[in-house]
Design a protein. Structure first.
Length: 413
């Protein structure tokens, strides 16, 4: 089951994108059905014969063959992609056309088309992001609901309505030179950012860290960077942020347990990703634009470049959080800023900064808000209050890894 879930994350979006290109965006549901059939077929066959040497290729071949069956059976009863209609009508050109659409280069182009098709101006930004996460990244409704701090029912309705809007389009978005490419780009950035964050410190009920989601978002961002219109300073900054944070993944979890920032073993950082993040950050400075991704990437660089936690340049981090609050203020950003202030002043100052946060009630269900209060109270010497805050964090923990971490902090009190 673990293997099939891992494959679903990596392959479902690629398969849906290619099948949507072949069937037409108005047949999105059909594309999703074929992908589900391919996975069901895989589970049946692999249970008897074992997992093939290249399971991803096996899935793609199964989806391709199933697509050919559907096209042959339904081409007189259903319309497919208008730009491929003539090639799909003739048996002489049908198979070669489908084969070409399943080539690696075509699949990457199709993923980019789907990314931008999901970001239709007829949809609000949250709906655009939800569609990308659901269709292209394999997010479940519950995971998207967690990312948006929304209910399952509301998220399901949003996705259903958005799919109807997307299905009403005549064809997938043309990413070769469309004039509204830049208008749709911020929503694509936001979706990829959310996907990475869900893997890095998301709300999954299974684990606090899911590196496969981080690497999937990095893969999709690299596809975006390979398109001349997508290779903007903001995209480079987003890619830099991902690389620098991903470099720290090996040190965030030790023997199945979350490691606090101060306890992370810097020797475990992936130095290749650190250098790649720095290269991307330098490329992001090629224009006058300063986005929140630039600032967050700079913060990640300060954290990553410190040889020991005690050497972290907290003054620089506070300055960067000030910039981030000016560009994209949020309670979570304000909380992180308060934590940084407490590192160079005193825990009481951290508590004062937290109490001054606007919309503080939005952090009520965030476990690490209560954990921060607990850490500050430990610094103040008030272990009773610290225990109470960690107990509240424990109640709001979203997975066993977080629960174990908060239990340890309670024990430390």
């Amino acid at each position: 089951m673990e293997l099939s879930e891992h494959l679903f994350r990596h392959e479902s979006g690629r398969m849906v994108a290619t099948l949507t290109r072949v069937f037409g965006v108005h047949n999105l549901a059909l594309a999703e059905d074929v992908v589900q059939e391919a996975f069901c077929r895989a589970l049946e066959v692999w249970n008897f014969r074992g997992v093939p040497e290249n399971p991803a290729a096996w899935l793609m071949t199964t989806a391709k063959n199933r697509a050919l069956d559907v096209l042959r059976r339904e081409r007189t009863a259903r319309t497919f992609a208008p730009e491929l209609t003539r090639q799909l009508e003739s048996e002489w050109t049908l198979a070669p056309t489908v084969e070409a659409e399943f080539s690696p280069a075509a699949i990457k182009d199709d993923e980019l088309r789907v990314m931008f098709s999901c970001c239709s101006p007829r949809l609000p930004e949250e709906a655009q992001v939800a569609l990308i996460l659901h269709i292209l990244c394999g997010f479940s409704v519950d995971e998207i609901a967690s990312a948006f701090v929304s209910s399952h029912a509301a998220t399901e309705k949003r996705i259903t309505r958005s799919k109807k809007v997307l299905a009403g389009s005549k064809r997938l978005f043309d990413v070769s030179g469309a004039k509204d490419f830049s208008r749709r780009l911020p929503a694509v950035h936001r979706a990829l950012y959310l996907l990475f964050n869900e893997g890095y410190h998301g709300a999954s009920p299974e684990s606090a860290v899911r590196s496969e989601l981080c690497y999937e978002s990095m893969r999709l961002t690299s596809i975006l960077l390979k398109n001349p219109l997508g290779a903007t300073p903001a995209t480079f900054a987003l890619a830099a942020l991902m690389s620098l944070n991903a470099a720290r993944l090996p040190a965030r979890v030790v023997s199945g347990h979350l490691a606090a920032y101060a306890d992370q073993d810097r020797s475990l950082f992936d130095q290749a990703l650190v250098q790649e993040g720095l290269r991307l950050l330098e490329r992001s400075a090629s224009g006058p634009e300063m986005t929140d991704y630039h600032v967050e990437a700079a913060i990640a660089w300060v954290h990553t470049s410190a040889q020991r936690s005690e050497e972290t340049d907290w003054a620089m981090i506070i300055s960067l959080y000030d910039k981030l609050m000016a560009i994209h203020p949020s309670p979570v950003v304000a909380l992180n800023r308060a934590i940084a202030i407490a590192q160079i002043e005193r825990p009481q100052r951290g508590l004062e900064e937290i109490r001054a946060i606007k919309d503080l009630e939005r952090l009520a269900e965030y476990p690490f808000y209560h954990a921060a209060l607990g850490e500050f109270e430990i610094g103040n010497g008030d272990l009773q209050n610290a225990r109470e805050h960690f107990a509240t964090a424990l109640q709001r923990a979203r997975n066993p890894m977080e629960r174990s971490f908060f239990e340890q902090r309670i024990g430390a009190c």
